[in-house]
Ligand binder design. Structure first.
Ligand code: AMP
Length: 458
């Protein structure tokens, strides 16, 4: 399959050649003809599949074929996406693919001054890429006229829902012209998303790709059981290995991301943090420093890392496991991209064992356990119960999201990852509590049943 066979026009083919793309990805092969036919599309696909080009290329072609409009350009395409990073990346893609088309785009998102954005809007653009909050704000102020809109793209719909943007999205949709072409993309299809898609799309064609099925096979996964207090030392120990080149380290909280970046810097590892509390400029700077290898480690929260595209990332380290198991799949998808090998290392402390179980259930496999390392878990904490310990104890964390059959990426569990030495199977069973465990010497030992007493009553 080639881009020529997809009936793309010369200015786009020229840009694709400059980008070095030779073969359309599966989502591009499926989606481009549908969009060119001006049909509505329901796309089940994640970042990393080539999804952006799958909608940007045919949109640019349709806009060009419609003809350029004399005078100030009206907005003819709106792309709504949940995060600033994604919005910027989508705008960069439109600029790159549209290089020879004369079509213009701009991007609007919150957290920065609105003046440059309103100036760009005033000058006129064919394509507007926006995050919901800032777009509504600018619409309310009268800067955005969507009356000439022809094509609407809702990107990462499930993430919009997770981030609580659904009301904003609905308010925006209510202001769009009824007669339009709509493209709807979501990585997962829980019932709320299916319902939302039905309110937006008319007689859509559905395409589905699961990127993790391709990336998972090239990602070697492993987990270290380690006490919370030793995570920092373990991370520094692992980073002594020069094979760990550029690494994305994930934390659950913004505060945690700052702390890890600070600790690494103190130990002479160049690191920066990226999260929602950082100003847009700081986030962009950290990302560029990481891409240009000026820093070795980028510490990120899930939302900040969502969608960031970094070529050939060698390692992803889950310093803290995500409490939403799907985030694990997104996180490790940052490595092993485009056929490159990658390693995903996770740290799991006693309180995170329930998260690990949920993740293993979702991906349909046990993540190989590294038992020999300098910071083995305190044996007393090792198999601390994850269920309620009694009043004041921390209950097992609830699942955040309902799963559907679409949530489980195809391909997971088909193949056992290899490549990590000294591994043994994780004893963190997904269904039954483990009866044996691996001790710090790497031997399997029986776990004696413990009785748990409330403090002071033993
Ligand atoms: P996306 O899923 O849109 O975020 O794209 C993921 C990455 O794949 C981006 O870096 C794109 O530049 C790249 N990409 C998209 N389509 C192709 C293609 N057909 N060939 C090679 N790289 C591509």
């Amino acid at each position: 399959m080639t881009f020529e066979k997809l009936q793309l026009i010369a200015p786009l083919l020229q840009a694709l050649k400059q980008e070095g793309y030779t073969t359309p990805t599966p989502i591009q092969q499926q989606a481009i003809p549908i969009v060119l036919e001006q049909r509505d599309l329901l796309g089940c696909a994640q970042t990393g599949t080539g999804k952006t080009a799958a909608f940007a290329l045919p949109i640019l072609q349709l806009l060009l074929e419609e003809g350029t409009i004399a005078g100030r350009k009206p907005i003819r395409t709106l792309v709504l996406t949940p995060t600033r990073e994604l919005a910027i990346q989508i705008a960069e893609s439109f600029t790159a693919y549209g290089h020879h088309t004369g079509l213009r785009n701009t991007v609007v998102f919150g957290g920065v001054g609105q003046k440059p954005q309103t100036d760009a809007l005033r000058a006129g653009v064919d394509v507007l890429i926006a995050t919901p909050g800032r777009l509504l704000d600018l619409m309310d102020q009268g800067y955005v006229d969507l009356r000439q809109l022809k094509i609407f793209v809702l990107d990462e719909a499930d993430r919009m829902l997770d981030m609580g943007f659904v009301h904003d999205v609905k308010r925006i949709i209510a202001k769009l012209p009824q007669k339009r072409q709509s493209l709807f993309f979501s990585a997962t299809m829980p019932p709320e998303i299916v319902k939302l898609s039905a309110t937006i799309l008319t007689n859509p064609l559905r395409v589905e790709v699961t990127p993790e099925s391709t990336t998972a096979e090239t990602i070697q996964q492993c987990v270290y059981f380690v006490d919370k207090a030793n995570k920092k030392s373990l991370l520094i120990h692992l980073l002594r290995d020069s094979a760990i080149d550029n690494t994305l380290v994930f934390t659950r909280t913004k505060h945690g991301a700052d702390r890890v970046a600070r600790d690494l810097t103190k130990f002479g590892v160049k690191a920066e943090a990226i999260h929602g509390d950082k100003g847009q400029n700081a986030r962009q700077r950290a990302l560029s420093n990481f891409k240009e290898k000026k820093i070795r480690v980028l510490v990120a929260t899930d939302i900040a890392a969502r969608g960031i595209d970094i070529d050939k990332l060698s390692h992803v380290i889950n310093y803290e496991l995500p409490n939403v198991p799907e985030s694990y799949v997104h996180r490790i998808g940052r490595t092993g991209r485009a056929g490159a090998n990658g390693k995903a290392i996770s740290f799991c402390d006693a309180e995170e064992r329930a998260y690990l179980q949920d993740i293993q259930k979702l991906i349909g496999m046990r993540i190989p356990l590294i038992t020999e390392h300098p910071f083995p878990m305190d044996p007393d904490a090792d198999f601390a119960p994850v269920a309620k310990k009694g009043k004041g104890g921390s209950p097992r964390p609830p699942r955040k999201k309902a799963r559907t059959r679409y949530d489980k990426p195809a391909g997971f569990g088909k193949e056992k990852p290899s490549g990590f030495k000294k591994t043994s199977e994780s004893t963190a069973s997904t269904s039954n509590p483990p009866k044996t465990r691996i001790n710090s010497q790497g031997n399997k030992v029986e776990v004696k049943k413990k009785r748990w007493y409330r403090k002071g009553k033993a």
